[in-house]
Write a protein that binds this ligand. Sequence first.
Ligand code: FAD
Length: 289
Amino acid sequence: MLIRENYGSGKFGLSIEIFPPKTAAGDAALFESLDRLTAFQPGFVSCTYGAGGSTSKRTVELCVEIQKRYGLTATSHFTCVGATRDELLDWLKFARQSGLQNIMALRGDPPAGQTDFQPVAGGLRYANELVALIREHFPDMGIGVGGYPEKHPEAPDAETDLNNLKRKVDAGADAIFTQLFFVNDNFFRFRDRCEAAGIRIPIVPGIMPVTEFGRIKRITSLCGAVFPTELASQLEAVQTDEAAQFQIGVEWAIRQCRELVSRGVPGLHFYALNKSPACEAILKEIRET
Ligand SMILES: Cc1cc2nc3c(=O)[nH]c(=O)nc-3n(C[C@H](O)[C@H](O)[C@H](O)COP(=O)(O)OP(=O)(O)OC[C@H]3O[C@@H](n4cnc5c(N)ncnc54)[C@H](O)[C@@H]3O)c2cc1C
């Protein structure tokens, strides 16, 4: 199924993002989680592409395995990092021939310690170039791209970032999947600005339930997501109680998702981090309301 077929005309698109585990035990845990999460009938599962291109072939193989096991669409993420245009095309050919229909097309992050993204000689600098490359050579593939309700950390301002998002849309992206956020109003403002800029493709909010305060602090400091004081102080009050942290994180995400759904989002994209309990708890609640 193509990404865009998950949204519109009465449909609600659920997608689950996972990452390729590094060990056999990690694989087993991932599939246990997917056994549970696929019961909620996601439109697709997406699998990340390791920083620096570290999981290149593995990401595709995992997508193929997921498609075979669950009979649902798996979407491979793909970045411009460390590859020439020809190498990017070789990988895309491999992904297509392996049976993948969609790509989440990203630029990727600069290596740790560097602030500027430097493409390799003959490589691509921005995700809009990757979208254009896919559209030119694999016109029948579905393309998702990243969007940043609270601005991409490298962008000088929100307007510039929005213009750059528009470049990806104009190059042929089918849907936007946002960076995780905890403050819905920031998403709604972003959605309004996208609308005003003429962006007409689905904008799917990215939700990451907080289950461990320490881990989420690291993640938000890397991606620049605003961490609301109210949520931080609730979590700080139960720093040594994992079950209480989980409960607070899940309740926050349920409130977020209910409001997003009531205000007409086309779907939800869950950053599941290969675990199921938080997403299951949220999906049960929002399916029942
Ligand atoms: C849904 C989602 C999934 C992700 N999955 C992965 C993954 O699997 N692997 C991984 O390594 N990373 C992943 N990331 C992280 C992503 O690679 C980083 O956020 C990266 O820093 C930017 O990627 P991008 O595709 O948004 O880049 P771009 O759209 O290229 O934007 C990067 C920066 O450049 C600016 N810019 C964009 N185009 C232009 C232009 N033409 N001219 C001038 N400036 C421009 C933008 O404003 C922005 O500041 C994901 C992010 C999201 C939101």
